[in-house]
Design a protein around this ligand. Structure first.
Ligand SMILES: NC(=O)c1ccc[n+]([C@@H]2O[C@H](COP(=O)([O-])OP(=O)(O)OC[C@H]3O[C@@H](n4cnc5c(N)ncnc54)[C@H](O)[C@@H]3O)[C@@H](O)[C@H]2O)c1
Length: 254
């Protein structure tokens, strides 16, 4: 059963970092469907701009490298200039995960994964939180992973970045509750995005390979993650802060 989206994000302005593809693009679409104005910020300006174009006047795009403070600051300023306020931040960006153990992972690969996945969330929040607070509060959502909760093989930087992200959300939730800012992480299981196509020939093969590890016996589609993100961004989650929401089809349960 698929419920029709409501307009529960009407009047909200939401900045999505890493919006151009996969889960980020699904969150962007869902937010617009629910009435929000959104900024699609991504390292790749062209795909972000193409996405914004398909979403109409409620969406705008800007180039943003979340690993660079000036770029993160500029994305937040772009949102302020374009839509006049900011009510939500989604940090979705992640670098491709390098398959390696701690012994054979290059230092540069480690630093890049931590930079995009964790430092990027810090930098985006550093500039977004004051603007959200100035508008009377809102919601911050970090897209984590089930591998921030349970470890997997040959993904040390990814696991560490995602575990850090989950706890960064909790620490920010403590600091910014007085500003009426809720901060949560959302940890998906495997999701059918191009990320999986680096390991599998197609989504059918990805589903066959990864589905059985999930209690529900399948991988997710990006819209299922976007639905949970929209919940966390909306006032339906008004009493939810400092939590990590597993949307993993039961992967981390056993
Ligand atoms: N697909 C999965 O199976 C899965 C599972 C669990 C968690 N996740 C998480 O969900 C999120 C989205 O994953 P996806 O599968 O849609 O991946 P994706 O690679 O399609 O999307 C990542 C986006 O981040 C952007 N990005 C990368 N580096 C950036 C930078 N420095 N600055 C700004 N943007 C940058 C990319 O351009 C891309 O648009 C990631 O955080 C990922 O770790 C994905």
């Amino acid at each position: 059963m698929t419920d029709k989206p409501t307009n529960r994000l009407e009047g909200s302005v939401i900045l999505i970092a890493g919006a151009a593809s996969g889960i980020g693009a699904a969150i962007a679409r869902r937010c617009v469907d629910e009435g929000a104005k959104i900024v699609c910020a991504d390292y790749g300006l062209q795909p972000a701009a193409e996405l914004a174009e398909t979403l109409g006047p409620s969406a705008a795009a800007c180039q943003c490298d979340v690993t660079k403070a000036d770029s993160a600051r500029a994305a937040v300023e772009f949102a302020r200039q374009k839509f006049g306020r900011l009510d939500g931040l989604v940090h979705n960006a992640a670098a491709p995960s390098t398959s390696a153990t701690v012994v054979n992972l290059d230092e540069s690969a480690w630093r890049h994964e931590i930079d995009v996945g964790l430092t990027g969330a810090f930098l985006m929040s550093k500039f977004a939180v004051p603007l959200i607070a100035a508008g009377g509060g809102g919601s911050v959502v970090f897209i984590g992973s089930q591998f921030g909760r349970v470890a997997t093989t040959r993904a040390v930087a990814y696991c560490a970045a995602k575990a850090g992200l989950i706890h960064l959300a909790k620490a920010m939730a403590v600091d910014h509750a007085p500003d009426k800012i809720r901060v949560n992480s959302l940890s998906p299981g495997a999701v059918a995005t191009t990320r999986l196509l680096r390991r599998f020939a197609d989504f059918e093969a990805a589903n066959a390979g990864l589905g059985p590890a999930h209690l529900l016996g399948r991988i997710a589609n990006p819209e299922e993650i976007a639905a949970a993100a929209a919940f966390l961004l909306s006032s339906d989650a008004s009493f939810v802060t400092g939590s990590d929401m597993l949307v993993d089809g039961g992967y981390a349960t056993r």
